[in-house]
Design a protein around this ligand. Structure first.
Ligand SMILES: *Cc1c(COP(=O)(O)O)cnc(C)c1O
Length: 399
């Protein structure tokens, strides 16, 4: 008898390991659903919004904002993006190893010559902020007989990466004198393009734009294949004056804007859905405390659904008792503390829910949609952090 059980358990484990994750897999407690055609359609919609001659870089850092960098990169390139933005060397190498050969710009800063050497090898353009880095690139490229394509970043008001605006012309002419380094782009980054109308953010963005223009004036023959870019999603959507030769778009690609209202008329589709299953149903009487800390007490005889997803998967504990899930397009309240691996829904008014019912925690379900903006407003963060917050424990299903 014991052996029979052992065999069955082993078979189950093997089957479970080798099986490709699919939505219909009843053993899956929770998963991420990535909609490839939404990614592609969003790219096309953004592309159509850009000024004439303006190219689109798809920002796929942080594993494509949690959607899977390779999936996003392929969909975005299909949809009309011509360049990819990543944050770390590893992210770039992963895309190259997946066979993606589009131009890649590394948006972070590299410190070690070894890292720059890897950039050269994998044809990833590094972001340079100083002449020192430029000279290292020259040395490495000369030694290997290759041409090093790089981009220069200038700080126009973010005070993060980039050289000082007064250094630009010196560095640019310095690069011109180097035999093995080619300047492919010059760019800067906006600090407040997603701000409100009356918090000074428009002024800050405008002064960044003017500084960027001044910088470009100091490098006269910049037009020879040097790509000028400044805008992220917010800048791209807010002001065509920020478009230049290219824009670097992340958030909108994934179907979201940084803005609360509907001021932007772009038909973007959320590309990510977070789904989980009901794993157990409990009937409890009125006056019963629910989950850690008894944050919630039932007011009536209630039916609770235990759902197999928690903060270790990326559903922030600070959302406890403040969100709802979607079941068959209807809003079902979440009650009590969200725990590490599970949370509870009050399904007293939803008699159709059974063990195994699929619950949408975030994203589209029928005509209804829960946006990352809703969550981020509730827990005091931004939609970017919500999207990047989903953990590897959640399998990703591309649909
Ligand atoms: C992340 C990033 C972007 C994309 O920002 P979104 O607001 O998501 O569009 C653009 N540029 C740089 C330098 C970035 O680091």
């Amino acid at each position: 008898m014991r052996d029979l059980i052992a065999t069955e358990v082993n078979d189950f484990a093997k089957e479970h390991q080798t099986k490709k994750t699919s939505i219909s897999d009843p053993h899956q407690r929770a998963w991420l659903e990535v909609n490839q055609s939404a990614l592609e359609a969003n790219t096309t919609a953004i592309k159509g919004f850009l000024s004439r001659g303006c190219a689109l870089m798809a920002v796929v850092k942080a594993d494509g904002y949690g959607h899977g960098a390779e999936t996003v990169a392929r969909a975005a390139l299909q949809g009309g993006a011509v360049e990819l933005g990543i944050a770390t060397l590893q992210e770039g190498i992963q895309l190259r190893q997946a066979g993606i050969d589009a131009p890649i710009l590394l948006l972070g800063n590299l410190v070690e010559p070894q890292e720059l050497k890897a950039c050269l090898h994998w044809e990833i353009m590094p972001t340079l902020s100083s002449m020192g880095q430029t000279l290292i690139c020259q040395r490495l490229a000369e030694a290997s007989g290759r041409i090093f394509k790089v981009q220069l970043k200038v700080d126009t008001g973010m005070s993060r990466l980039g050289c000082d605006i007064h250094e630009v012309s010196t560095i640019v002419s310095g690069i011109k004198g180097l035999s093995h380094v080619v300047l492919k782009g010059i760019y800067s980054h906006l600090a407040m393009a997603d701000g409100g109308r009356d918090d000074g953010s428009l002024d800050v963005t405008d002064s960044q734009r003017r500084r960027f223009n001044e910088v470009l004036k100091t490098i006269p023959d910049i037009d020879n294949g040097v790509c000028r870019h400044l805008a992220n999603t917010a800048g791209t959507l807010r002001d065509p004056l920020l478009h230049y030769d290219m824009v670097r778009v992340g958030l909108a690609l994934y179907g979201h804007t940084p803005f609360n209202g509907n001021e932007i008329q772009l038909n973007l589709k959320p590309a990510l859905a977070v789904r989980a299953r009901v794993t157990l149903i409990r009937d409890v009487s009125a006056g019963v405390g629910v989950s850690y800390g008894h944050l919630f007490t039932t007011k009536r005889q209630s039916r609770l659904a235990v759902v197999g997803i928690g903060y270790a998967d990326g559903v922030s504990r600070s959302l406890s008792g403040r969100i709802f899930a979607l079941i068959n397009g209807r809003q079902v309240p979440q009650v009590g503390s969200i725990t590490m691996d599970q949370l509870l829904l009050d399904i007293t008014d939803f008699p159709e829910v059974t063990v195994g019912t699929i619950v949408t925690m975030l994203g589209q379900d029928g005509s209804q949609c829960i946006s990352p903006k809703l969550w981020s407003n509730l827990c005091g963060t931004i939609p970017w952090e919500v999207l990047c917050g989903f953990k590897n424990r959640l399998p990703r299903v591309v649909v």
